[in-house]
Design a protein around this ligand. Structure first.
Ligand code: 3AT
Ligand code: MN
Ligand code: MN
Length: 537
């Protein structure tokens, strides 16, 4: 069969090159991203390369030590290899300064995953460069988290069904997945997907520049989060890659503009895919809305290109879909103004106005006196907040529930029990009479540990913006809003996890009117009045 001369599931829309003007706009985009601090420095780049080299050496030593453990002869133990791969934003070449480094350790079949979490973790513990070492073995994709020479590292592992992993090992062959354990398949997937995306775009430099623009836009507009029901890094990358396929010779400025226009008109749930989905020979589940009810329920499916293809956007809800579409439609206008030179690229990266948009909000507070446990709880709460949104959606009282991607995290020194209770309940400094003694006053409480009796409370706050239907108005026009059922239900769900520590943790949820929002959510900006889609009051 002859290979089509284009990348993607349909022919390109336009293969002509960009005009000089469009090229100039792409150069301006690059300059704006640089001015916004979106690129790492040369020294940071070199430092990451050195770190990768060191980790690769450690990996080979680890494979050797595992071989010795299983009584392989010394003479061959050195020949089993092992190789490090990268994935995530670093592999795509779109990482910012301070981004983490996602690495995958590929090891031969004599190695057990448990060895990785024992021998490798021990080797890392002995290194002076390593801090904040946190092995997370029991999870969907097991990972060792750490800082290596100050750089955040996520380290995953995949065991190949072959005796040796040579230096030129490639991960593209689907046959590698035969007889492989499912955890290794999942771990391998991150790397296979990023590699495949790069193979499927016509121009990698153009793809990178356009993707950097879209990622920063999505973060500033607060719609960048898989766990909260928006799109994550891989999904944004696939969307931009698809537009690049449709306009193979256009510069990044046009890719960005077409991105908004095409997505605004996209007929969801028609999936976005970069190539024909491979059904594969194994029995791994491949995304298929014809045969799977849960696949058919995906609202904005964006499908990963590497076998076994999955939907990267399964968390999108009724509400988050509306929000994504709303932002895309806003983006269309901004992109068009930039193209007409009525605005500069900075307009693309304006911050969201979440806290000025709604009349009512829910404030979800989790507080703990154990900072380390609190950290884990924070991640758990973030991953479960969607379930609160779903429960609220089911009440039928809302047109929209808007989960805010960014949480507010701080440590409060509390001098008195009363103050502690108020902090735990999520009361802002300006709402707490006792707060002046602890938060601001330099003499009283700047160093929490110096407080003899006082405790330090770690507090995490998430917000949901609420757009109500008109249905709940009584005869007198007054609202009657009772959210206690879904709220209690959600609180029970949070308290039900092993991470919950009833002696040190509290969770509270407050219903706030816009005027009641604490000052901190407005940052340094003016606390101006509501501008809203919720003008009905
Ligand atoms: P940053 O530049 O790091 O913000 P990124 O795209 O590299 O963007 P992550 O480091 O969070 O984002 O994730 C990299 C990849 O790791 C994306 C996905 O393939 C995988 N991944 C992330 N979180 C999870 C998770 N909870 N479970 C499984 N895979 C995950
Ligand atoms: Mn990353
Ligand atoms: Mn990561």
């Amino acid at each position: 069969m002859e290979r089509p001369r284009y990348l993607g599931v349909t022919p390109p829309v336009d293969t002509t090159p960009s005009s000089a003007e469009e090229e100039a706009l792409a150069d301006e985009l690059l300059a704006t991203l640089k001015a916004q601090g979106q690129f790492e420095s040369d020294s940071e780049r070199r430092s990451r390369e050195v770190i990768l080299g060191k980790i690769d050496k450690m990996l080979k030593e680890f494979v050797y030590r595992a071989a010795i453990k299983y009584k392989r002869p010394e003479s061959v133990a050195r020949s089993y290899g092992g190789k490090i791969f990268t994935f995530g934003s670093y592999r795509l070449g779109v990482h910012g300064a301070g981004a983490d480094l996602d690495t995958l350790c590929v090891v031969p079949s004599h190695v057990q995953r448990s060895d990785f979490f024992e021998i490798m973790v021990e080797m890392l513990r002995e290194r002076s460069e390593v801090t904040k070492l946190t092995p997370v073995p029991e999870t969907h994709v097991p990972v060792i988290k750490m800082e290596f020479s100050g750089v955040d590292i996520d380290m995953t592992v995949a065991v190949l069904q072959q005796p040796v992993v040579p230096e030129d090992q490639d991960l593209a062959d689907n046959n590698l997945l035969r007889n492989m354990d499912p955890v290794s398949v999942r771990s391998l997937n991150g790397s296979r997907v990023t590699d495949e995306i790069l193979r499927l775009v016509p121009s990698i430099p153009t793809f990178r520049l356009a993707l950097r623009c879209i990622k920063l836009w999505a973060k500033r507009r607060a719609i960048y989060s898989n766990s909260m029901g928006f799109f994550g890094g891989v999904a944004w990358a696939m969307l931009v890659a698809r537009i690049c396929q449709l306009y193979p010779n256009k510069s990044a400025s046009i890719i960005v503009t077409r991105f908004f226009h095409i997505l605004l008109r996209w007929n969801w749930p028609t999936p976005i895919q970069l190539k024909t989905i491979e059904t594969g020979s194994g029995n791994l589940h491949v995304w298929n809305p014809q045969t799977s009810l849960s696949d058919a329920a995906h609202r904005m499916p964006i499908i990963t290109p590497a076998y076994p293809s999955m939907c990267a956007t399964h968390t999108v809800s009724h509400s988050t879909k509306q929000l994504i579409v709303r932002e895309i439609s806003h983006g269309v206008g901004v992109a068009d103004r930039i193209m007409r030179r009525e605005a500069t690229w900075d307009a693309m990266f304006e911050k969201d106005d979440f806290f000025r948009t709604y009349k009512f909000y829910l404030q979800v507070n989790v507080a703990s006196t154990d900072a380390e446990a609190h950290n884990l709880m924070h991640g758990f709460l973030e991953s479960r907040l969607r379930q609160y949104v779903t429960r609220l959606e089911h009440t039928g009282m809302f047109v929209l529930i808007h989960p805010y991607m960014n949480s507010f995290d701080r440590e409060h020194p509390c001098a008195t029990d009363e103050d502690e209770q108020q902090v735990r309940a999520g009361l802002a400094p300006e709402e707490r009479p006792a707060a002046s003694n602890t938060d601001g006053d330099g003499a009283g409480g700047e160093a929490p540990s110096s407080d003899k009796d006082g405790k330090t409370v770690s507090l995490t706050t998430f917000y949901l913006g609420l757009l109500l239907t008109d249905r709940d108005r009584g005869a007198n026009g007054k609202r009657c809003i009772d959210l206690s059922l879904p709220t209690q239900d959600f609180i029970m769900l949070i308290k039900d996890t092993e991470l919950w520590d009833n002696d040190h943790m509290t969770i509270s949820i407050r219903f706030l009117r816009q005027e009641q929002l604490p000052d901190e959510v407005f940052g340094d900006g003016p606390r101006d009045r509501l501008r809203s889609p919720d003008s009905k009051g």
